[in-house]
Design a protein around this ligand. Structure first.
Ligand code: ADP
Ligand code: MG
Length: 392
């Protein structure tokens, strides 16, 4: 135990305490947004395909209040730093850099779409690990957005929030991400996964009630260093786009599994064929997962998760020894299915387990890591949680 002056452990209490300490006042409210993981559907987003993320019980909390002028002050426990910016900085992408750009980006995106954003003070605390692929970036954007919409009484229905938060990240921060993260973080619902069609941006809540089935999802942070992930991502994306052009379709989403063999027969390069096979079969695995979940057959999605991993390992070639070890060890310890989640070359692994055996599976993965001489993984047992919301 640390002394009485230690920060409170609860994330919302930390945000409030931070607000009081920095600004000597009470916040007007607290808004939370969670991290997310993708249950299945990897590298399908930029191929106009399907993804199925869900929101995590780990959250970023923003304690906030308006200020009388049109300026924004932001403190985060993560940087333990106060950043202030005005309309001039907010209106020009790139003027605010570093972590505060995620906040300035939201102000920019709101102002760019014609909203009168009130000046505000923010104090931010978070339980979402940064840079592990659990989307701490969408969490901070979405919590700030929720705060500003309510503090300013802005006329902005929640269905439009994901696009706006995505613009903040793409155009202000300069990180090229799809719409999945913000959709999951904003629209996620407890006991559900969010089925997202990346072409139409239609979403549907799919029952994913692990709890009543006696199941849980073990999230394993592989702690693998991201090796060349950006370049590898760009090269996968290029292969997919070139393959779609050769096949004369707008995107690989337009090749269905029933037409896969014919499509593969028209491609001469073996590597390209494997890339296409991953994307096309992965889209089908998302559809099959959705069908099983709709039928209440949660446990039966295990083989689809494991199949997704094999496809990422053998056809898309985006796994690394750490994540393969975590998947193999989880399956050997009784997981119903396991796969790497996220863009690849590290990040997290999901394992679908009986709630009662989650600790034993986590211990087995940790032991397998020790055998291979890898740095210990992080493990966390989760259920699908709620999206961005006001607290209290
Ligand atoms: P991921 O979204 O997978 O966690 P990203 O690289 O997309 O990783 O986003 C992480 C970045 O988002 C951090 O480096 C930081 O700049 C910003 N960020 C996220 N959460 C916070 C926070 N609570 N406080 C300050 N900055 C944050
Ligand atoms: Mg991110």
């Amino acid at each position: 135990m640390t002394g009485a002056a230690a920060a409170p452990r609860d994330v919302a209490a930390r945000a409030t305490a931070g607000f009081r300490q920095r600004y000597g006042a009470e916040p007007a409210g607290r808004w939370a947004a969670p991290g997310r993981v993708n249950l299945i559907g990897e590298h399908t987003d930029y191929n106009d395909g399907f993804v199925l993320p869900f929101a995590l019980p780990l959250r970023t909390v923003v304690a906030a209040a308006v200020r009388p002028d049109t300026c924004w002050t932001v403190w985060s426990e993560l940087a333990d730093d106060v950043v202030e910016f005005g309309p001039k900085e907010a209106d020009e992408p790139g003027r605010v850099t570093g972590w505060a750009a995620y906040v300035a980006g939201v102000v920019w995106a709101l102002r760019a779409t014609g909203h009168a954003v009130p000046g505000a003070r923010f104090a931010i605390a978070s339980d979402v690990p940064v840079g592990s692929g659990l989307s701490s970036s969408a969490a901070i954007e979405s919590a700030v957005l929720a705060a500003l919409v309510e503090l300013g009484g802005l006329d902005l229905p929640a269905a439009r929030w994901p696009r706006l938060a995505q613009r903040a990240e793409n155009e202000y921060v300069g990180a090229p991400t799809g719409i999945m993260d913000q959709s999951a973080v904003i629209r996620g619902r407890a006991g559900h996964a969010l089925f997202l069609d990346c072409r139409t941006e239609e979403v549907e809540q799919i029952p994913f009630d692990l709890d009543s089935a006696g199941l849980a999802m073990l999230v394993i942070d592989s702690r693998a260093p991201h090796r060349h992930a950006d370049g590898e991502y760009a090269s996968r994306r290029k292969s997919c786009e070139e393959a779609a052009r050769s096949l004369g379709v707008p995107a690989l989403r337009d090749v269905r599994v029933t037409g896969l063999d014919a499509a593969l027969g028209r491609l001469s390069n073996d590597e390209t064929r494997r890339r296409v096979r991953h994307v096309v079969t992965e889209d089908q695995r998302v559809l099959d997962t959705v069908a099983l979940l709709r039928a209440g057959r949660v446990r039966d999605i295990g083989p689809l998760l494991t199949g997704s991993h094999a496809s990422m390992r053998d056809d898309f070639e985006i796994t690394v020894p750490e994540v393969d070890t975590a998947v193999e060890a989880a399956l050997a310890a009784g997981a119903y299915g396991a796969r790497m989640t996220g863009g690849g070359f590290g990040g997290c692994v999901l394992a679908l387990v009986d709630a009662s055996s989650a600790d034993a599976v986590a211990a087995a993965v940790t032991a397998a890591y020790a055998d291979r001489g890898f740095a210990a993984p992080g493990t966390l047992t989760v259920l699908p949680a709620t999206g961005a919301t006001r607290l209290d």
